[in-house]
Design a protein around this ligand. Structure first.
Ligand code: IPE
Ligand code: IPE
Ligand code: MG
Length: 247
């Protein structure tokens, strides 16, 4: 792809504040926010992004009132029902990562079915992070490795191979809507060299065109991965560089 951004991760934040600003209960923001998800999935597909990872519910979000948690569960369920045909038609490979054990059985069945149906698709890798926390994911990976390889030293590749969806790899671009500038326990391993973009737009107002603008503008940034820019020191006179002595 010409923009070079293969894996985009999004912290879909700001639903509650969006609703409260309109004198509506927080859950109204979640309802409106869930409608935006399909547009962004489509936009990612249009842009030729290989993987899109969406933060829908964190391990810490369990501390919210049970009514709000219940609405988020039912919105996930409705999303799966509503989007199934489109995901299948677009050959999207769908997975949910996180601890889904506390979801209602019928939602777990829907997830398992959709994951099974889309497993071998080679289109967009769409991942929903639900009841997900990066610390939990990393601990889980380490413990799985230790159980299989007692006494063996863990390498970076071992850890990466035991993450919840290893094939999506490192994140190239992390977007957070809603104005906060923090990562809130999201993909901590995978974002080591991600480009970060924090937009004040609250998730229910986020659009495919803003998403495309962000991808476009971030693709112009120079990523150095700890190395040097090809132009570094290029215009300096050689003798000056050589005469510097390190004490
Ligand atoms: C993001 O919106 C959705 C979830 C965290 C589930 P919030 O519900 O956090 O909305 P704000 O940040 O309070 O506005
Ligand atoms: C992060 O948003 C989690 C999701 C968007 C799912 P939060 O609203 O939970 O994060 P904090 O509490 O502002 O850090
Ligand atoms: Mg929030």
């Amino acid at each position: 792809m010409s923009h070079g951004i293969k894996h985009v991760a999004i912290i879909m934040d700001g639903n509650g504040r969006w609703a409260n600003q309109r004198l509506r209960p927080r859950v109204w923001g979640h309802v409106r926010g869930s409608a935006v998800v399909s547009d962004i999935v489509q936009a990612a597909d249009d842009l030729g992004v290989e993987a899109l990872t969406l933060y829908a519910f964190s391990t810490e979000n369990w501390s919210r009132p049970s009514e709000e948690v219940g609405v988020l569960f039912s919105l996930l369920h409705k999303f799966l029902l509503r989007e199934r045909r489109r995901l299948l038609a677009n050959k999207v490979s769908f997975r949910v990562i996180g601890n889904v054990s506390r979801l209602p059985q019928e939602t777990k069945t829907l997830i398992a079915k959709l994951e099974e149906e889309t497993r071998d698709f080679n289109g967009l890798k769409l991942t929903f992070c639900f009841s997900y926390g990066a610390r939990m994911e990393m601990l889980h990976a380490v413990n799985k490795f230790i159980a299989k390889n007692p006494g063996k030293e863990l390498t970076e590749a071992d850890l990466e191979g035991h993450l919840m969806r290893p094939e999506t790899g490192n994140v190239d671009l992390l977007i957070r809507t809603g104005g906060e500038q923090r990562v809130s326990n999201f993909l901590l391993w995978q974002i080591a060299y991600a480009e970060l973009c924090f937009t004040p737009t609250k998730w229910p107002d986020f659009t495919a065109s803003e998403f495309k603008r962000i991808v476009e503008s971030v693709s112009k940034r120079e990523r150095r991965f700890g190395g040097l820019s090809p132009t570094a020191d290029k215009n300096l006179p050689r003798p000056e560089v050589q005469s510097i002595h390190v004490q």
